[in-house]
Ligand binder design. Structure first.
Ligand code: UDP
Length: 331
């Protein structure tokens, strides 16, 4: 076999899923990518086989788990844009909640009871405090966060009823790219701050703007906790190892504990790239809370995880290398 066992990565052809696949391969497991390729990229599947399928297709999920003798599943297959979730909630409840039920049904049918679930800082809504401990989850402010929190609650019920173990990783703002610049953020349309600012420099985004300058924050723009995608990959490996040791699981924040405003990000992009960012200011975006900053201490204590590549310089330089390759400059 030559590896420590297969890990099924639902959504493995997406941005975070591909970085997790690389981390899984480097940790000595076989990453089996399961992705319907609606938003994922075939070219991102480089470290193991690709199965094209829908997570809602429980029969296919069970078949793949049996075929590869899958030891645990990482589930990153989801719709993930906050603004879109406000405009089209049905898409989020169908893809995220109903889709996950299909995946869980397939896992249980095939006897695989270990799941690392891609959750989000959006389960905290407007938490109103900083940093946010895991216990503050619940009062969500957009359908995206609600869909993820519903799944966390479903997983807690599965843990109690079926002994189904799961670790929910509440990512704060994923960003950056692998140092090789062969995988990175690639969405159409792109909605996230750092890629949009970099794509604006390269001429691929014409209407880059800061959304909201009247938040109750030090400089009036929204504050987030930015974590490098390679750090997320490392946390997924720590979570899988814990589940394989028989741990029943729980929920952990993945962040740095340090907040950064939108304006600070734009300034850091200017200084790291040496480029000017074309800029206008617009209204707040629907569904956006003012401040989301993780309390990372529980992940450090129980998962042994600490962000190591999430300083702004590393984040922006690695993202910049990726975007220059993925989106060549338009004169
Ligand atoms: N944002 C912005 N301009 C953009 C994209 C995002 O000002 O073109 C802001 C957004 O309103 C939020 C922060 O940047 O306050 C981070 O947004 P992003 O979409 O990157 O991640 P989210 O926090 O929604 O997961």
């Amino acid at each position: 076999m030559g590896h420590k066992g297969a890990i099924l990565i639902a959504g493995g052809a997406g941005y975070i899923g591909a970085h997790c696949s690389k981390a899984v391969a480097e940790a000595g497991f076989l990453p089996v990518c399961y992705d319907d390729l609606t938003t994922g990229h075939r070219s991102f599947v480089q470290w193991g086989p690709l199965v094209v399928g829908d997570i809602a297709d429980s029969i296919k999920v069970a078949t793949v788990i049996r075929q590869y003798d899958v030891q645990a599943v990482m589930h990153l297959a989801a719709s993930s844009a906050v603004g879109e979730s406000v405009a089209d909630p049905q898409k989020y409840y169908l893809n995220n909640v109903a889709g996950t039920l299909g995946l869980l049904q397939g896992m249980r049918a095939a006897g695989c009871n270990r799941l690392v679930f891609s959750s989000t800082g959006a389960v905290y809504g407007n938490a109103g405090r900083e940093p946010i401990p895991e216990s503050a989850a619940g009062p969500t402010v957009n359908p995206y966060g609600r869909s993820k929190y519903m799944i966390e609650q479903i997983l807690a019920d599965y843990r109690a009823a079926y002994g189904f173990s799961s670790i929910c990783l509440r990512y704060f703002n994923a960003c950056g790219a692998d140092a090789s610049a062969v995988i990175g953020e690639l969405r159409n349309p792109e909605t996230h701050l750092i890629p949009r600012a970099l794509m604006a420099i390269l001429g691929h985004v014409a209407d880059f703007a800061i959304f909201g300058t009247d938040y109750d924050t030090p400089d009036g723009t929204a504050v987030r906790d930015y974590i490098h995608v390679d750090d997320l990959g490392a946390a997924h490996i720590a979570a899988v190892e814990l589940l394989l040791q028989g741990n029943p699981g729980g929920a952990f924040n993945l962040g740095t504990g340090t907040g950064c405003s939108v304006r600070e990000i734009v300034d850091a992009i200017r200084s790291e790239t040496g480029e000017s960012v074309p800029l206008v200011y617009r209204e707040r975006r629907a569904g956006d809370p003012a401040i989301l900053v993780a309390d990372p201490s529980q992940a450090e204590r129980q998962l042994g995880f600490k962000a190591r590549r999430s300083d702004l310089g590393t984040i922006i330089r690695s993202a910049w290398a990726w975007h220059q390759k993925a989106h060549p400059r338009i004169a």
